[in-house]
Ligand binder design. Structure first.
Ligand code: ZN
Length: 321
């Protein structure tokens, strides 16, 4: 009983995207401006398909709707999480996402709290993360007078960094950065500023949402306090980056070794292999793993053994979802 369900991602072309999703991960991407790999997604804007097991060929939202036992009979109308890999060849727009209450009232979907694990960053690469306005009136004034350099806070990043981006945090992924993003399953983005660029795909400037952005931004900005926890399972180093009401996110690292995990309280687990090769063994069957694969460990997988040389990001749903 129980096996990992591997997924087939979908890709999104973006004016800021590049070719690293092919160059780094070998994905068959649609163009040289591919920005996003929606890897574990039941969102209607990009549905991942189950590639293995009894539900092979079904989209993830169908499995959620028809086979809730896979997810331990977790409640909710929509599959709550979305895992993406992003390739920012250019800066993304400066944006902010609403919380659940605002998003439900205005957009009829979940809010968006997200987080990033930095896979790769060019030397000197920076994220926009937070702002310097002291109050909402000052935020509005700086936006209206275009004082973006004074307003926006830039943070240098490198591979292996983790950033938690709660709803209401002004942010932009900077050029030269690849991240794995774990987020609430939502596509509601309020765009604050787009560097006055014209979209190379549509030939137009992308719309801004200044009023909504000012309304939902946390003022003043304060950095969330993260407490990293590390545990060792056999030869696997498990780093818990964040545990929130929306999701818990871990990194699993193993070098020439193995470790056997037992399912905790979480009803299911999402896994993305970011580097290396190895295997996952469930009930005596070994499934080979390599960089770029994404899978779900359903509820009936109670124990699994990870082996080889691997770096993976795993996530579990939080209590809120
Ligand atoms: Zn975002």
């Amino acid at each position: 009983m129980g096996e990992p369900y591997f997924l087939t991602p979908v890709f999104q072309e973006k004016m800021w995207g590049g070719t690293r999703l092919h160059d780094e991960f070998g994905y068959d991407i649609p163009s040289d401006h591919t920005g996003e790999c929606w890897a574990i997604s039941a969102h209607p804007h990009g549905l991942a398909t189950v590639a293995t097991g009894p539900y092979r060929g079904m989209s993830l939202d169908q499995v959620w709707a028809k086979h809730r036992d896979v997810f331990g009979n977790a409640p909710g109308n929509v599959f709550p999480l979305l895992t993406k890999i992003l390739d920012a060849k250019m800066d993304l727009s400066v944006q902010v996402h609403p919380d659940d209450a605002y998003a439900m009232e205005h957009e009829h979907e979940l809010g968006k709290t997200e987080c990033w694990y930095v896979i790769k960053a060019d030397p000197g690469a920076t994220m926009i993360y937070g702002h310097h306005a002291k109050n909402r009136a000052e935020l509005r004034k700086m936006v209206e007078t275009g004082q973006w350099n004074q307003l926006l806070r830039r943070v240098p990043v490198k591979a292996g960094d983790f950033l938690y981006v709660p709803s209401g945090t002004v942010h932009a992924i900077g050029k030269g950065i690849m991240v794995l993003e774990t987020q609430q399953s939502s596509d509601t983005t309020y765009r604050f500023y787009d560097f006055d660029r014209v979209d190379s795909i549509t030939g137009r400037k992308r719309p801004l949402h200044i009023e909504q952005s000012v309304a939902v931004t946390n003022v003043p900005h304060s950095d969330p306090q993260l407490t990293l926890e590390e545990i060792i399972i056999g030869d696997v180093r498990v780093t818990r980056f964040v545990k929130t009401p929306f999701f818990t996110v871990y990194r699993w690292q193993v070098v020439d070794g193995a470790g056997t995990f037992a399912r905790g309280e979480a009803p299911y687990t999402l896994v993305s292999v970011l580097d290396g090769v190895g295997s996952i063994t469930v009930n005596g069957t070994a499934y080979s793993l390599r960089k770029g694969q994404h899978f779900i460990l359903p509820n009936d997988v109670r124990r699994w053994t990870l082996a080889g040389n691997l770096v993976a990001i795993a996530s579990e749903p939080g209590e809120r979802v």
